[in-house]
Ligand binder design. Sequence first.
Ligand code: PMP
Length: 417
Amino acid sequence: MADMIERTTMRVATAEKDLLSRFDPLIAEREALLATGVRDPFAIVMDQVKSPTLAVIKGKDTILLGTYNYMGMTFDPDVIKAGKDALDNFGSGTTGSRVLNGTYQGHKEVEDALKEFYGTRSAMVFSTGYQANLGMISTLAGKGDYIILDADSHASIYDGCALGNAEIVRFRHNSVEDLDKRLGRLPAEAQKLVVLEGVYSMLGDIAPLPEMVAAVRKHPNCMILVDEAHGMGFFGAHGRGVYEELGVEDEIDFVVGTFSKSVGTVGGFCVSNHPKFEVMRLVCRPYVFTASLPPSVVATAAASIRKLMHASAKRAHLWENSKRLHKGLIDLGFTLGTKEPQSAIIAVILTDQTQAVAMWQALLELGLYVNMARPPATPAGTYLLRCSLCAEHSSEQVGQILAMFEQAGRITGAIPA
Ligand code: PMP
């Protein structure tokens, strides 16, 4: 094997340029950063995971504050048991597409759980949330149609646009006025899909959905899709998302979500009340041309979703955690993505890459893991540390997190010493 690797290295070295050469600037930037002695923020290994809020990283117990595991379902005993039973009874994988050999009883059960959770007529499960956006957006809007999306939309929404043939129109992040203006410039007779998110994951801000829906309804031939990846489990009386919390359930045509956050496993979905929705199972390529989720995954998702229907105490504790961390960080002098806590995501904005990496590493050495985010994933070229809280973070842990931010901030100069 070593010989083969060596031969390839030599062959590549003789070529002046190849298809990977376009990434040379990024490779150089990364090498320069690592040469300063910092850990690679994008290559962290969790050697052991003890609970939804605690892992061992390089031999050190580390509080997890960057997981999206909002409701802490990953270690729920009922969820684990459901997964184990499914492994025993249905095997490790389906080895096939939903439309061929890949629909098991568990796939139907998780779709039933989703229909109950969302109170919708239909639910369609994809292998990831990324694929749910890819599939729904590219299939709904075709040639001659328009997709109108927020400029800060998630990559999977942009990639869904790229996969389809519709015209793409972007509006300024969360600007109702810009959305209205851009819709007004489009041909009245054209079909339009407006794509919004409940919670925007980089800054943790929420969308003014009632105002946006009102703006959209002024224009003809519009359907609305809302991605509630970060809203599910946490917002609204039933935990359906920001669109439920803000009272616009009847106005949303499609809700996309994921199992990789509050549900605590992996998978994606779209729920809808549209009477023709089921046809999507036949025409949506990212649903048809990929293998379905393993039985253990759909079983854990179904168990988790059913428990999230009765999770108001967890939700209340998560809000408490979010409010306390937000206020604590503001009091320490950090700049945050939102003035008030709006979700379970709190973004700490830093001045540049050097400060962000220094802060990230200092926190890790103290025993706290957060996500480092940088352009192009972040809006307006910002470098930030994204914290996502969990309902299983104890009050004591939130206190420890604040103490670690204070210490790391002083060491790195991110806050005055
Ligand atoms: N939409 C949004 C807003 C997201 O943040 C993410 C994942 N971070 C996804 C979709 C994709 O979800 P998944 O992890 O299930 O692919």
